[in-house]
Design a protein around this ligand. Structure first.
Ligand SMILES: Cc1cc2nc3c(=O)[nH]c(=O)nc-3n(C[C@H](O)[C@H](O)[C@H](O)COP(=O)(O)O)c2cc1C
Length: 131
């Protein structure tokens, strides 16, 4: 099983309807047996995708061409024995959201992930809460 983690910036020229991403991703990822976590706020995305290698590669090929984000940087790419995320979830941080509550949601969603992946999500959430 392949696990990818990337970070990207929302494209300000293409205001991002996160609800649309959520709906399509839920449908496609359930079909393709992809699990993971998408962190989204007004400016950044951080996503972990895991599942059968071909399916993850195909999903990432679509995602990386999506004009709703840019400056996509792959943070890790590795073969894993078991899933770190039981489902596919999106954690959307709305402006003014309760920072501590949001962090604890993300900690819950990354509880089974490796320390590196968990730390990457927590670090971004904490940095963005201060931004
Ligand atoms: C930040 C971001 C994350 C996305 N994550 C997923 C995803 O996990 N799965 C997915 O199928 N599409 C995802 N998409 C949408 C894809 O870029 C693409 O629009 C979609 O897969 C096309 O699906 P369709 O061919 O069924 O219309 C994401 C888009 C963005 C901007």
């Amino acid at each position: 099983m392949l696990q990818l983690v990337y970070i990207s910036s929302a494209n300000p020229a293409a205001p991002c309807p996160t609800q649309d991403i959520l709906t399509v991703s839920r449908r496609n990822n359930a079909r393709d047996r992809i699990t993971g976590l998408l962190y989204a706020d007004a400016g950044r995305f951080l996503q972990a995708l895991e599942g059968p290698e071909d399916a993850v590669e195909a999903a990432f090929a679509r995602i990386r061409q999506d004009p709703r984000h840019r400056a996509i940087v792959m943070l890790s790419r590795r073969v894993v024995d078991r899933r770190a995320f039981g489902h596919w979830e999106m954690a959307h941080r709305a402006p003014g959201a309760d920072a501590a509550g949001f962090l604890s949601d993300v900690q819950r969603l990354t509880a089974e992930a490796s320390p590196e992946v968990r730390g990457t999500f927590e670090g971004l959430v904490q940095a963005r809460a201060l931004a």
